[in-house]
Design a protein. Structure first.
Length: 121
């Protein structure tokens, strides 16, 4: 092997090494942080327990107040789509629950769930 050949091989080696290295670094940067999946709001894990804690007893049981029924998924979706649920939990003039609006964090959970098309899981 002559000197010129050695130089060319070294350069090729350097380029291949850099390419591998840089591609890997770029991939790592664009991979979303794993915590993203934890931010998915679900009916079973988030919304049902939240309403059970804050809307009891009025909107539960066999005769829910103002016919706003939060007993199950389908009824809750109905309340969002037809009974102004989002407005009721964010509007201070007639707040739900009547004792005062829930924490900002709880309201944000409900809003996100609605924005996410109200997943049932
Ligand atoms: C202490 C009983 C009580 C609790 C707790 C309560 N509500 Fe109500 N809710 C009422 C009453 C009474 C009405 C009907 C009169 C009114 O609109 O003020 C009502 C009405 C509503 C309406 C209809 C509003 C409209 O504009 O037509 C919605 C939606 C609602 N509640 C959702 C909720 C949600 C969601 C919660 C929990 C975060 C909740 N409520 C907690 C008593 C309650």
């Amino acid at each position: 092997m002559n000197k010129q050949c050695t130089i060319i091989l070294s350069l090729v080696g350097l380029i291949v090494f850099n390419f591998t290295f840089c591609t890997k670094a770029t991939l790592e940067e664009t991979t979303p942080p794993p915590t993203d999946s934890l931010l998915t709001v679900t009916y079973t894990n988030d919304i049902a327990p939240l309403f059970q804690a804050n809307c009891t007893p009025c909107h539960f049981g066999s005769n829910p107040t103002a016919s706003v029924d939060l007993n199950d998924y389908a009824s809750t979706v109905f309340a969002v789509e037809n009974q102004q649920l989002l407005n009721a939990i964010t509007n201070n003039s007639n707040p739900m629950p009547p004792s005062g609006l829930m924490s900002e964090q709880n309201r944000a959970l409900v809003t996100q769930w609605v924005d996410d098309q109200m997943p049932e899981n």
